[in-house]
Design a binder for this molecule. Structure first.
Ligand SMILES: [Zn+2]
Length: 463
């Protein structure tokens, strides 16, 4: 299957900006250069090879995995991830394989550290919000102070080898019965393994006329070995540097709301009905389990729900459709969207269960980034603090500006509008707002907004 996923080169840098698009200033004019995204073609089956050959690969897998794990642990706990770190641990693998393991481990540990850091920042924000409410006396009765539990170092369970041409080489086959040969160096360093690769028709179509990257990925599952290939695609930026900005608010009632007042997709209606049914089903199942457990039945029915899995897939499809439509209806524009944290997600969907919240709201910004990248439209993440509480007219920040989930009504200036629309206008304005970007935490953001509110009052001649 072709997989429209962005791999390594598509880095979404946190605050500064959009995608890997490079922005340069020349003679005061901003020029956006074309950028490259990596597209992957996954699930190429390697069962064409005879079992004896794959046995050599099977022998390599656990040795590689164990070595990679050692470096993952090392880079997560003792040193900063470094792709070119000197070898530290003894291994029967060749020096070239050793290098590949270090490189892959550095990548895994790097994203683990970034995610942990982000989550920790979320936790600090949550804690701050909690303390704020404590001081104001607005805490919910059941509210508990957020706590931090240190993350475990990632454990590599499935064999996934990201190999470069030093250890695995892809060569076009002269023989017509196969498309490629994979030349793999094995534990026995004098012996090269030749694994034939035959592409399915859809793989061939996806790869047709493309220059395949030299690094490949090998995955081992229960049903055998699979290969992933990738190629670079250069995206020309379609958007003028001074194109109008569209702010995007992400939510549950409306997956996407744009600052020009359009809505795309919703969790309400059909999806919510399905979620309710699924929840009922799981409740009944849990009851049944408890009942059987009491009676001493040993083999209990599973708790995972297939309809739940289907629901999640369905929500994701709806999200993809909504985001796609939003971009299609806004050609030649640039976008600003929220950097969603766990705290903002909670705020946006109190009624939803934790799993739906985490898996699907978080999916929306990813889709925004991906749509922007493949269309060459600049999209920039901006700070999400108080976007739903700030009045887009007078900048006053107050939780009470939201009488209900749908409505925004400013307690100071009386500005009344749809809540998501108000937020998307704030988000739009935060693009290029250097002063706000420089704020270190929620408190600084709030102080800045209140300062702007005071300035607005003076301009308007308020007492
Ligand atoms: Zn206002």
């Amino acid at each position: 299957m072709t997989d429209e996923r962005v791999l390594v080169s598509f880095n979404i840098s946190e605050e500064t900006g959009a995608t890997s698009m490079k922005q340069k200033r020349q003679h005061g004019k901003k020029i956006v250069q074309p950028h490259t995204i990596i597209k992957a073609v996954t699930h190429i089956c390697l069962t064409q090879a005879n079992p004896g050959k794959l046995a050599a690969l099977d022998a390599l897998a656990p040795v590689y995995l164990a070595l990679c794990q050692q470096y993952v642990t090392f880079f997560c706990t003792e040193a900063q991830p470094d792709k070119f770190h000197a070898p530290l641990f003894p291994t029967p693998l060749s020096e070239r394989w050793h290098r590949v393991a270090i490189q892959q481990a550095a990548g895994i540990a790097g994203s683990w550290r970034t995610n942990r850091e982000q989550r920790y920042q979320d936790f600090l924000d949550e804690l701050e919000e909690y303390r704020e409410q404590e001081v104001e006396g607005t805490l919910d009765e059941q509210a508990k102070a957020p706590t931090w539990r240190e993350w475990d170092v990632p454990t590599l369970r499935q064999t996934c080898i990201q190999a470069n041409a030093n250890v695995v080489k892809l060569e076009v086959s002269e023989d017509s019965s196969f498309d490629y040969w994979l030349k793999i160096s094995t534990l026995d360093f004098r012996k090269l393994l030749f694994v034939p690769v035959r592409l399915a028709e859809y793989h061939r179509q996806a790869l047709g006329g493309k220059t395949i990257n030299s690094s490949v990925q090998l995955n081992k599952c229960n049903d055998g070995w699979w290969l992933s290939l990738s190629y670079d695609e250069v995206i020309t930026v379609q958007t003028e540097p001074d194109a109008p900005v569209i702010g995007i608010d992400v939510g549950v009632a409306n997956f996407v709301t744009t600052s020009d007042g359009r809505h795309y997709g919703t969790f309400n209606g059909r999806l919510r009905e399905r979620q309710k049914r699924d929840r009922e089903k799981r409740r009944r199942k849990a009851k049944l389990r408890a009942c059987l457990e009491k009676k001493g039945v040993e083999k209990l029915p599973s708790t995972t729900s297939r309809s739940g899995q289907r629901l999640i897939r369905h929500v994701r499809q709806e999200v993809n459709r909504a985001v796609n439509e939003c971009f299609a209806e806004h050609p030649a524009m640039q976008f600003a969207y929220e950097q969603l944290s766990i705290a903002t997600m909670k705020h946006k969907s109190r009624a939803m269960n934790a799993y739906m919240r985490a898996s699907n709201l978080a999916h929306i910004p990813k889709q925004i980034a991906w749509n922007a990248a493949k269309r060459g439209a600049p999209a920039t993440k901006v700070k999400s603090a108080f976007t739903s509480q700030e009045c887009s007219v007078c900048h006053s920040v107050d939780k009470k500006n939201r009488p209900d989930q749908q409505t925004f009504c400013c307690l100071v200036c009386g500005h009344r509008t749809q809540a998501d629309l108000n937020a998307s206008v704030n988000i739009k304005r935060r693009l290029g707002d250097e002063e706000l970007r420089a704020c270190k935490d929620r408190q600084e953001v709030k102080a800045l907004l209140m300062k702007r509110h005071a300035a607005w009052k003076i301009v308007q001649g308020w007492p």
